[in-house]
Write a protein that binds this ligand. Structure first.
Ligand SMILES: NC(=O)c1ccc[n+]([C@@H]2O[C@H](COP(=O)([O-])OP(=O)(O)OC[C@H]3O[C@@H](n4cnc5c(N)ncnc54)[C@H](OP(=O)(O)O)[C@@H]3O)[C@@H](O)[C@H]2O)c1
Length: 246
């Protein structure tokens, strides 16, 4: 069984920030497991990284499917016996109207299912393998518009922007941030560190081509948190090299 290499699993890694986080961890000599709900897309992404000299494999993983999660845990457990890094990156995002006064509850449910309940379930399932690592790291991909502090201030400073903030997406990430703080507290006496990362608006399918950050830059905060040494923080919310407001 493989134990010496560091093993990282990134969910939703067939494109966007997930793929770039995998690339940058691979460049740091992690064996990267690219979680992808579509096997073909996941294999194509892994092949792209392998062609760049990175050790990568596709792991079929729809984060909302309990069977996929159980199978992924079994595969990682039997192949590597541990997991060093888990990046909860997969995201549901739609351009439908998400105004707080109007969002359909079914749509709200979909946000919470993929962006909050699923990363909690995936993390719980992989915790035994993260405990097998000498320095387990969990990174939850969040956003500044999941910050209650920032959104509370926005109401007074830029009310038009506040009205445009999507309730489904923002509330799912605020809930994910709460998971970060509570899990970090629970694991504080273990080597495992749990942090939330805000990549900033990034040029992906979700962020759009007009976003200010390149994917290379957007991925950096997650990679930094994934590679923290034992003196690094836990239970925090960070953008690259900055503390973010909860
Ligand atoms: N881009 C930004 O401006 C920005 C800003 C702040 C925070 N973030 C955060 O950064 C993370 C990555 O965002 P991104 O911009 O890279 O998004 P993206 O380009 O839209 O990619 C989303 C990824 O999630 C996957 N996914 C969706 N539902 C899934 C499921 N049920 N199971 C497994 N995978 C699933 C998608 O797979 P398919 O290809 O199969 O659809 C895709 O690989 C997200 O957590 C997001 O909230 C992004």
């Amino acid at each position: 069984m493989e134990t010496t290499r560091k093993i990282a699993l990134i969910t939703g890694a067939n494109r966007g920030l997930g793929l770039e986080i995998a690339r940058q961890l691979g460049q740091r000599h992690y064996m990267v497991l690219l979680g992808a709900r579509n096997a073909e897309a996941g294999r194509a992404a892994a092949a792209q990284l392998i062609a760049e000299g990175i050790e990568a494999e596709c792991l079929v993983l729809d984060v909302t499917q309990a069977d996929d999660v159980a199978q992924a845990v079994a595969t990682v457990g039997s192949t590597y016996g541990k997991l060093d890094v888990l990046v909860n990156n997969a995201v549901f995002f739609s351009r439908d109207n998400q105004a707080a006064s109007q969002i359909p509850t079914a749509l709200l449910q979909q946000y919470l299912t993929t962006n909050f309940v699923a990363p909690v379930a995936v993390t719980q399932a992989f915790l035994p393998l993260l405990h097998q690592s000498a320095a387990g790291r969990i990174v939850n991909m969040s956003t500044s518009i999941g910050s209650l502090t920032t959104m509370g201030e926005t109401i007074h400073t830029t009310p038009r922007m506040a009205a445009a903030v999507p309730l489904g997406y923002s509330s799912s990430k605020a809930a994910l941030n709460m998971f970060t703080t509570l899990l970090a507290k629970e694991l504080r006496t273990t080597p495992i560190k749990v942090n939330s990362a805000d990549p900033g608006r990034t040029q992906t399918d979700m962020g759009g081509p007009e976003a200010p950050n390149t994917v290379e830059y957007g991925a950096k905060v997650a990679v930094w948190l994934a590679c923290l040494d034992e003196d690094g923080p836990t239970g925090g919310f960070f953008s690259y090299q900055h503390v973010s407001s909860w």
